[in-house]
Design a protein around this ligand. Structure first.
Ligand code: SF4
Length: 197
């Protein structure tokens, strides 16, 4: 693809990328807040159309809602209410991921909110019965989406504050869309489009 075609593809925001909805500045977090300012949202909104999805709101948990957390149950991870471990949302979140996955065929990347027991990609706290935790988990909704789309470019939003990770993610989304690195200076061209003068 010629440089002008890549410019117009990105300027037209023709490529759809899914994102945890709280990352788009929408107040859907359990406490009524959002995560819209923790990552370079405006830069990616200029080159992609970002499609927000909140699985916790999607299964009807409402805003505000009681917080949830990952716990280990035998070898599996479950998502339960912090104040009542008998309230288990695991199967509903997995079921919602199956529904959403059917509508992601035209999406070429997914940006997930860090540390969430639903959306976090890695390093999510997993609690033991005694209240101790290890940062070794993946959110159950994110895991279910990745099981359906193992080759989809995915990233934790806050890691995009690193310029190298940001550029690599944009390039992998372009590759998923079918734009391959066939031009001399392709990487520099895309870097320039992400950093307009
Ligand atoms: S991290 Fe996921 S589940 Fe939590 S508020 Fe954001 S979109 Fe919703």
């Amino acid at each position: 693809m010629a440089p002008d075609d890549i410019r117009s593809l990105l300027a037209g925001r023709s490529i759809r990328v899914a994102a945890s909805e709280c990352l788009l500045g929408r107040s859907v977090r359990w406490n009524g807040g959002h995560n819209g300012d923790a990552w370079p949202r405006q830069r990616l909104e200029k080159v992609f159309t970002l499609v927000g999805i909140c699985p916790e709101v999607g299964i009807g948990m409402g805003v505000p809602r009681n917080p949830i957390q990952l716990v280990r149950e035998e070898s599996a991870l479950r998502v339960v209410a912090v104040d009542d471990p008998k309230l288990d949302y695991t199967d509903r979140l997995k079921g919602y991921a199956s529904e959403v996955a059917g509508a992601l065929d035209d999406v070429h990347g997914y940006i997930f909110a860090d540390r969430s027991p639903s959306c976090g990609l890695a390093g999510v706290k997993v609690f033991a019965e005694d209240g101790s935790f290890e940062r070794v988990g993946r959110g159950v909704y994110a895991a279910a989406i990745l099981a359906c789309y193992p080759d989809l470019p995915v990233v934790d939003a806050e890691t995009l504050n690193d310029e190298g990770i940001l550029l690599d993610f944009v390039l992998s989304v372009l590759a998923s869309y079918g734009v391959v690195d066939g031009n001399v200076g392709f990487r520099d061209l895309v870097r320039g489009l992400l950093n307009p003068p």
